[in-house]
Ligand binder design. Structure first.
Ligand code: DGY
Length: 319
């Protein structure tokens, strides 16, 4: 008998084809977002769940999972939506999909940097609304990215690809990680032992860190004050790393010239202050949204499930 896998969202066709071939797959062709109650009911008798970050596995949800569920094979690199301590306690295997989305997310980060620095959102809105009247030397003047300093919080898989792409813009890379990287991973990037030490070196500040209790609200008013005047902030990690009130105040005062954001607290019902500002470039959490990457994420999640059901250790076990 094939293992039963509950798939919470609509996945790419090729991934669903493999799911149907190898598993007794409970698919969601309409891509309807389950409530926790609905998900728990749909998981009845399932051996595993293949969710996205849109489903939250709190300690309470995990405690109520049917006894048949052995694994949560996430279709995401981030797993802050899963209480891993509760999962471990319950003996659940939890996996994620690292590496395969680094290129796509780094591409999107460069887009956020350019969109914020060169006022991409504002320009697009003007043209679409037929409000573009004229060309003038003082019209839509932004910040040049070339040759500037990029500070990265979280120089991991995605951060390192972003750094590599940014070097194509002759940018100097600075970073903060909990621990300094070996020289080959740094590739010349300058290490700062604390976020406070990094801030003054960031013409553009990019977040690529994992959302944890330690990184929650990392960008607060005190750290913003340490940025150079007119710095740009971009975030393609998780909204939780930013104190929205503090960033919005800085965008209003001009301390932060612009922000490019793909992730937010309380998505999709984001802080309305961001929408009201002209100097924000806002994307709807699409860092990994390329055909190539979404296929690769699905296959990676399935590789993890295959290993689990073959009695092997899945490569991407996070709990
Ligand atoms: C990830 O993989 O973590 C992306 O943010 C989508 O969930």
């Amino acid at each position: 008998m094939k293992p039963v896998v509950l798939v919470t969202r609509k996945l790419p066709d090729a991934v669903e084809e493999r799911l149907r071939r190898d598993y007794d797959a409970r698919l969601n062709p309409d891509d309807r977002l389950y409530t926790s109650e609905e998900m728990l009911a749909a998981a009845e008798g399932a051996d595993a769940i293949l969710p996205c970050h849109t489903e939250r596995f709190t300690a309470e949800v995990i405690a109520r999972l049917p006894a048949s569920v052995r694994a949560i094979a996430n279709f995401s690199v981030g797993y802050d939506h899963v209480d891993t301590a509760a999962a471990k306690k319950r003996g659940l295997i939890v996996t994620n999909t690292p590496d395969v989305l680094s290129d796509a997310t780094a591409e999107l980060t460069i887009m956020l940097m350019l969109g914020a620095a060169r006022r991409g959102g504002e320009g697009e809105r003007l043209v679409r609304a037929r409000e573009w009247r004229d060309w003038s030397p003082s019209f839509m003047v932004g910040t040049q990215m070339t040759g500037k300093r990029l500070g990265i919080v979280g120089l991991g898989r995605v951060g390192q690809v972003t750094a590599k792409r940014a070097r194509g813009f002759d940018m100097a890379i600075h970073y903060h990680n909990p621990r300094r990287l070996p020289p080959e991973a740094e590739a010349g990037a300058v290490f700062h032992a604390t976020p406070e030490a990094l801030m003054p070196h960031c013409d553009i500040l990019a977040f690529h860190c994992v959302a944890t209790p330690e990184t929650r609200l990392m960008l607060n008013a005190e750290r913003i004050a340490l940025l150079p005047d007119g710095a740009i902030v971009v975030n393609a990690s998780r909204g939780a790393v930013i104190d929205d009130e503090a960033l919005i105040a800085a965008l209003k005062s001009g301390k932060v010239a612009a922000a490019g954001l793909d992730v937010f607290n309380n998505e999709p019902d984001i802080h309305p202050g961001y929408r009201a500002l002209a100097n924000t470039f806002l994307m709807p959490h699409i860092g990994s949204a390329t055909r190539e990457t979404r296929d690769a994420m699905g296959f990676r999640a399935l590789d993890n499930l295959d290993a689990i059901f073959a009695g092997r250790d899945p490569g991407d076990r996070v709990a």
